[in-house]
Design a protein around this ligand. Sequence first.
Ligand code: JF5
Length: 229
Amino acid sequence: MRIDIVTIFPDICRVPLTESIMRRAQEKGVLDLRIHDLRDYTTDKHRRVDDEPYGGGQGMVMKPEPFFRAVEAIRHPQQPSEVILMTPQGRPFHQRMAETLAAGDDHQLIILCGHYEGVDHRVVEGLVDREISIGDYVLTNGALAAAVLTDAVIRLLPGVLGDDRSAWQESFSEDLLEAPHYTRPPEFRGMPVPQVLLSGHHEKIAQWRDSEGRKRTAANRPDLLGDSP
Ligand code: JF5
């Protein structure tokens, strides 16, 4: 899979995405990740990427031209591509979205990062296939959101995690949270490991995990069970 990230803060996604698992994905050849500095696609001497909002108001808006020039330079004409804008105004990111994006591993993903108060809407109208938000909070920096989305997609690519099944089996794939985990020692500061986990009784362990997962889901994520939070 080819992923291109366009940001005015390339270093902010470079560090999280070139560590460990992400490096393995690139070394294994399942991922070609490139991080681009939006300012390289400006044409003026000051490398300007933002300007004042039409209609007035607080803050600055990101100019359209550098985004159009960047995508036109980066896009592979012979490959299907999808342009994503990271923005709090987007659709909420979800594990199923990560799975859909990872399944299109012959696609080129071009991820544009918003900053400041927002991006000139002609970028959304003329360039972007989907606007995605990683959650209901505002970051100063869309590059962090792009790194989160990219991490969630890359770990699903074949061969990136040691065990291919582990990637697809974790929380949210089945819309139920996981049961608590324990490792040695069997008792720690007066807190014992639940006896059933030491019993070796696989069927009882599976039942316990299912019921603990349901309890946790009811407590922390009632929305996943169709209840209101
Ligand atoms: C950003 C305008 C983008 O804050 C975010 C974000 C939160 N969830 N997903 C993305 O991105 C930075 C700030 C202001 C556009």
